[in-house]
Design a protein around this ligand. Structure first.
Ligand SMILES: Nc1ncnc2c1ncn2[C@@H]1O[C@H](COP(=O)(O)OP(=O)(O)OP(=O)(O)O)[C@@H](O)[C@H]1O
Ligand code: SF4
Ligand SMILES: [Mg+2]
Length: 310
């Protein structure tokens, strides 16, 4: 299998001005490392505000101006600088955005899905392809001439998916594709992601919905306060096997089949994260130096208990 995306030690921070115009560096993502192969669905599972959309935007080169990005992002073995990201964005790498607000409220659906064309021929080809994809996703010809406000939530989602697929991407980043949808539309959307992976497309599924991740992902990358704390095989998670990090175990214990067991404390917000292990405040059996030193992600786990060389 060919590795499509390689994210190595990526950190994202923001300069913020506090009282008295003091500068403060707010780190939102720290040392993030993950990879995706062709035909694989990797879910990044994290709570709201943990930095998931920023990860998507970092890969696509659409971070806000005040964001500071460090680390390395490779696509097909080549390092992506800002120029390269702009060149492949919307072509080889496509985004299914988190919000249907990405649709222009004043433009007819087909016009905005097709976008700008350099020649009439290009426009005609795109129109044919757009219709084909819309048909595949159950969007009738009437939809072409509709405005976004005329679409149901499920239809708008399908339009966003179709837009992402128009360029035959090799990698799709689906940012929270299911919230706000009814059960049927959720199932349908997840099936579309599966179909994409069956067509050998790599899918980065960004979600806070553990059920969505368990339903379709091959592997789950567990995000905690902007840190990847463990990457597990979905099969192992379903069986409760080989789950090493206490937070991963806590997520498993909180599943309905395990009686919704809750863990003390809450995930620290950016700016409140302990100096040592980000999970220190909630860990039942920390080591004596866990409060002072930061564990690295080694062999897919970020915990000193499994990384003795630290
Ligand atoms: N332009 C910005 N300036 C300063 N801080 C920002 C900016 N954009 C995002 N942040 C910070 O980064 C955090 C993570 O944002 P992000 O949108 O990636 O979260 P998320 O995990 O996608 O959340 P959600 O599940 O709600 O979509 C935010 O909580 C906010 O603190
Ligand atoms: S590094 Fe230490 S505090 Fe963090 S999860 Fe492992 S044992 Fe607990
Ligand atoms: Mg988000």
């Amino acid at each position: 299998m060919n590795k499509l995306l390689d994210v190595n030690n990526v950190s994202i921070s923001f300069i913020q001005y506090t009282k008295g115009l003091k500068q403060q560096n707010l780190k939102v993502i720290t040392d993030l490392t993950l990879d995706i192969e062709e035909g694989e669905i990797l879910a990044v599972l994290g709570s709201s505000g943990s930095g998931k959309s920023l990860l998507a935007h970092a890969i696509l080169g659409i971070l806000p101006d005040n964001a500071d990005l460090n680390g390395e992002i490779k696509y097909n073995g080549n390092v992506l600088n800002q120029k390269a990201k702009e060149e492949i964005r919307g072509k080889e790498i496509s985004l299914i955005p988190q919000s249907v607000n990405f649709l222009d409220p004043l433009m007819k659906i087909a016009d905005q899905v097709i976008g700008e064309c350099e020649t009439e021929e290009e426009c005609r080809e795109k129109q044919i392809k757009q219709r084909k994809i819309f048909e595949k996703y159950g969007l009738s010809e009437d939809v072409d001439n509709m405005y976004p406000f005329q679409l149901s939530g499920g239809m708008a989602r399908r339009v966003l998916i179709s837009t992402a697929l128009l360029s035959n991407p090799k990698l799709i980043i689906a940012d929270e594709p299911t919230p706000g949808l009814d059960q049927k539309s959720v199932k349908e959307t997840l099936n579309y992601l599966k179909q994409m992976a069956d067509d050998n497309v790599g899918v980065l599924l960004i979600t806070h919905d553990i059920y969505a991740a368990l339903e379709v992902a091959n592997r789950i990358c567990i995000f905690y306060s902007g840190f990847v704390i463990e990457i597990v095989d979905t099969k192992d998670f379903k069986e409760g096997k080989n789950l090493l990090h206490p937070y991963t175990q806590a997520l498993y214990e909180a599943l309905p089949k395990n009686g919704f067991k809750l863990t003390k404390g809450h995930q620290p917000l950016h700016g409140e994260i302990p100096n040592g292990c980000p999970y220190y405040d909630r860990c039942d059996s920390p080591l004596e130096y866990c409060n002072e030193k930061r564990p690295n992600l080694i062999n897919n786990i970020r915990c000193f208990k499994y990384n003795q060389e630290e």
